[in-house]
Design a binder for this molecule. Structure first.
Ligand code: PEP
Ligand code: MN
Length: 279
């Protein structure tokens, strides 16, 4: 891949980036980020945060600014939503990942977020990328739904070039001819990115599939492919969700998935150890 001065594994010094968020080390330990698609109320967010924490999640997700396809859909609670996330963090200790959609909001959203998320629709919003490149918060950069790996890494490059070294990539599915699932989760991206870049990469099987029954298997597949983590939408009462209801995972199901992820993690560590001994 061309012109990747800062994100490529060669241009760097072949060491992999580890992003520290409180006590979580993204790129070293497998990280599970979970929570609602959007912050809807204090009860919804705090109860969901407590449930995902009990299940073993490492970080809390929740959108206060929602870049919706339709202007008539719920757009998020804005500042009120960020304050709810702050309370949820205080209650659970979970660091918060939340989306920022406007360059003018970056500096003040930083007061509430531990990780700034750039959504798929904004991957190539260069003024937004430059702005998040200037702050000292890690950035979760989602892959544009029509973007190649080269285009995606170029966007990471915009952030790195401004001086922010803490970029986490997130594969969230791409548009294909398939309609059974909401998107096609491109797990090729995981080992491919690892081959060319030192940046950590996590997977979003919620938006990548849009189907509750497919999210669990694809989370396990993401781990098997070598991802550094997953981000999963969980809602304490999915039938009430204002956003992405069909893919909202109920807490019990998330609890079971976490058990399977822990089992597979043990297996993956053993396999990596075996590979290390073979080299
Ligand atoms: C989200 O994670 O809340 C979201 C809107 O995802 P995406 O940008 O991948 O559609
Ligand atoms: Mn969503």
């Amino acid at each position: 891949m061309i012109d990747l001065k800062l994100s490529s594994i060669n241009g760097h010094d072949s060491r992999r980036t580890i992003v520290h968020v409180d006590h979580v080390k993204i790129g070293e330990d497998f990280v599970v980020i979970a929570g609602p698609c959007s912050v809807e109320s204090e009860t919804q967010t705090i109860v969901t945060a407590q449930r995902v924490k009990e299940a073993g999640a490492n970080m809390l997700r929740g959108g206060a600014f929602k870049p919706r396809t339709s202007p008539y859909s719920f757009q998020g609670l804005g500042l009120q939503g960020l304050k709810i996330l702050e309370r949820a963090k205080r209650e659970t200790g979970l660091p918060v990942v939340t989306e920022v959609t406007d360059p003018r909001d970056v500096s003040w959203v930083c007061e509430y977020a531990d990780v700034l998320q750039i959504g798929t629709r904004n991957m190539q919003n260069y003024s937004l990328l430059k702005e998040v490149g200037k702050v000292d918060k890690p950035v979760l950069l989602k892959r544009g739904m029509y973007s190649t790996l080269q285009e995606w890494l170029n966007c990471a490059e915009y952030i790195l070039a401004e001086g922010n070294p803490d970029v986490i990539l997130c594969e969230r599915g791409i548009r294909t001819f398939e309609t059974y699932t909401r998107n096609t989760l491109d797990l090729n991206a995981v080992p491919s990115i690892k081959e060319v870049s030192h940046l950590p990469i996590i997977v979003d099987p919620s938006h990548g599939t849009g189907r509750l029954s497919v999210i669990g298997p694809m989370s396990l597949a993401a781990m098997a492919a070598g991802a550094d983590g997953v981000i999963i939408e969980v809602h304490y009462n999915p039938s009430e969700a204002l956003c992405d209801r069909e893919q909202a995972m109920p807490p019990d199901m998330f609890f079971q998935l976490m058990k399977k992820l822990r089992l597979l993690d043990t297996c993956m560590k053993e396999m990596n150890h075996m590979n290390g001994n073979l080299h």
